[in-house]
Design a protein around this ligand. Structure first.
Ligand code: GLN
Length: 484
């Protein structure tokens, strides 16, 4: 396998006694030390605790006890998910020293399944971004071409999986943050139905859009991890669904007759090479017994991005209010020593410790929610959002799956879009829709293209109706097989 051993492969080796958990954990930690000496992929490591847990699983195996599919596997967690006793920064200076007192539900579930947490991965500050460049601690580079971005915001997670610095990673996806970096790094990224995985302990960016997601080496691995963390939770009022579902239930059914809808314009508007690979993907789908159906997907592209950025920024502006320097953060001496009025203090703390993109969104969101503009922006965006939801429902009645390229663009050069936020936002042209509609979506590699002697990866996205992860993962499973 291109990115190292998969879940099943490692699990089999552990069960057969060919490897010990301690040994693989040490190997992963050594590899991280070697490949990530500047700590741009992992912001914090969990060495001591990881080795302790590894030994515990080894004892269990020695005692002849059965281990679960994820037990003893070294994994990583995006630094926006809280980890008890392990620093969680959200890649922001304002949380540089923050040690959470509890685990996010998805993290707790992983621990319960016996996975070994190696550390916390880098990302855009508070998950706001699509390139990883908004991290306060520096950008990690694309694993294929070091002059290009890895995609974001779950950049460290995608890079860690691609370079085999963990077996899989938990990320978060508010508008594409697991799918875009997965596409840019040549791995698989999945965002479930809104409510399927608890958001408890996931630092809020835009609460009506945020979901925990999975980045892994293939669709089977994604499905395995998803099954472990897809649990309802009384601590998240929007969580729903059932625990213990078998999401690979339908894999054996193949894709014969399975209808895949696509929007021709979205493909034509993409980079020509992405358009070409997308067409090839659709052809292959048909050659393998599936059906394709040209459809118009209303508001896919620029319009969805506009709607998303209004709703997202509005929610961001409200969620970020808690970072006022009274609860979290290392307060700069200059501010601590000065006698300031309360609002001056808050402005000083936020002004110094929050990054440019976060501030831009707070301002944008505050503007959209202000009394004179509320109806024109936020109200309108909500209407568009429900129209998108309804239109997609209609399409799913005819075709259970939708295909789009994951992004209209190839991984771009580091720094290239930093001065042009709108251009940066348009990399999300096809991913934001799934979050607006709350539906599940997955990105998987559909081809490569050589640029400057490097084989860049191209991602394709499948989406399904809410709560229909079974069909989504079945389609993705066979899509991956046919692209091999
Ligand atoms: N790139 C998108 C944004 O900047 C998505 C972020 C995310 O999914 N967390 O908002």
């Amino acid at each position: 396998m291109k990115h190292g051993l998969t879940i099943t492969q490692l699990h089999n080796q552990l069960v057969k006694g060919e490897l010990s958990v301690e040994k693989i954990t040490r190997q992963y930690l050594a590899k991280i030390e070697e490949k990530d000496s500047d700590h741009k992929i992992y912001l914090t490591l969990n060495e001591e605790e990881a080795l302790k847990q590894a030994k515990r699983v080894d004892q269990k195996i020695k005692a002849g006890k059965k281990i679960g599919p994820l037990e003893g596997l070294p994994v990583s967690v995006k630094d926006v998910l809280l980890t008890k006793g392990l620093r969680t920064t959200c890649a922001s200076k304002i949380l540089e020293n923050y040690i959470p007192p509890y685990d996010a539900k998805a993290v707790a579930d992983l621990k319960k399944a016996g996975s070994i947490i190696l550390g916390k991965t880098n990302c855009d500050e508070f998950a706001m971004g699509g390139s990883g460049e908004n991290s306060a601690f520096g950008v990690c580079v694309n694993p294929i071409d070091q002059t290009r971005v890895p995609g974001g915001s779950s950049s460290g997670s995608a890079v860690a999986v691609a370079k085999d610095l963990c077996v899989f990673s938990l990320g978060s996806d508010t508008g594409g943050s697991v799918r875009l970096p997965a596409a840019f790094c040549g791995v698989t990224g999945f965002k479930p139905t809104y409510g399927r995985i608890s958001r408890y302990g996931l630092t809020a960016m835009a609460s009506s859009l945020d979901q925990v997601g999975v980045i892994a080496k293939n669709v089977e691995d994604v499905t395995e991890v998803f099954s472990a963390v897809a649990n309802p939770d009384e601590y998240d009022g929007t969580s729903s669904g059932f625990a213990g579902k078998n999401f690979r239930r339908d894999f054996d059914r193949g894709i014969k007759g399975l209808v895949l809808a696509y929007d021709k314009k979205s493909i034509d508007d993409s980079d020509p090479i992405i358009a070409e690979k997308s067409q090839k993907f659709l052809q292959k789908w048909e050659q393998n017994g599936g059906k394709v159906q040209a459809t118009k997907i209303p508001y896919l592209g620029k319009e969805a991005v506009a709607c998303y950025y209004i709703i997202m920024a509005s929610e961001v502006s409200s969620n970020m209010a808690r970072y006022d320097g009274s609860r979290f953060g290392v307060i700069p001496e200059k501010i601590r020593k000065e006698t300031l009025r309360w609002h001056e203090y808050i402005a000083g703390v936020r002004g110094t410790l929050l990054g440019k993109e976060v501030k831009r969104r707070i301002v944008m969101g505050t503007f959209c929610l202000s009394s004179g503009y509320y109806d024109a922006y936020y109200g309108k965006a909500q209407q568009v959002r429900s129209y998108i939801q309804k239109s997609l429902k209609k399409i799913f009645r005819q075709s259970p799956l939708i295909f789009t390229p994951t992004s209209p663009d190839l991984p771009f050069k580091i720094g290239e879009r930093m001065a042009d936020p709108v251009r940066m936002y348009l990399a999300d042209a096809f991913t934001t829709m799934a979050n607006l509609a709350g539906i599940p979506a997955i990105s998987l590699p559909i081809g490569e293209i050589e640029r400057e002697n490097k084989k860049l990866s191209i991602g394709g996205q499948l989406m399904a109706d809410a709560w229909d992860e079974e069909t989504l993962l079945r389609g993705a499973y066979w899509a991956e097989k046919m692209m091999e």
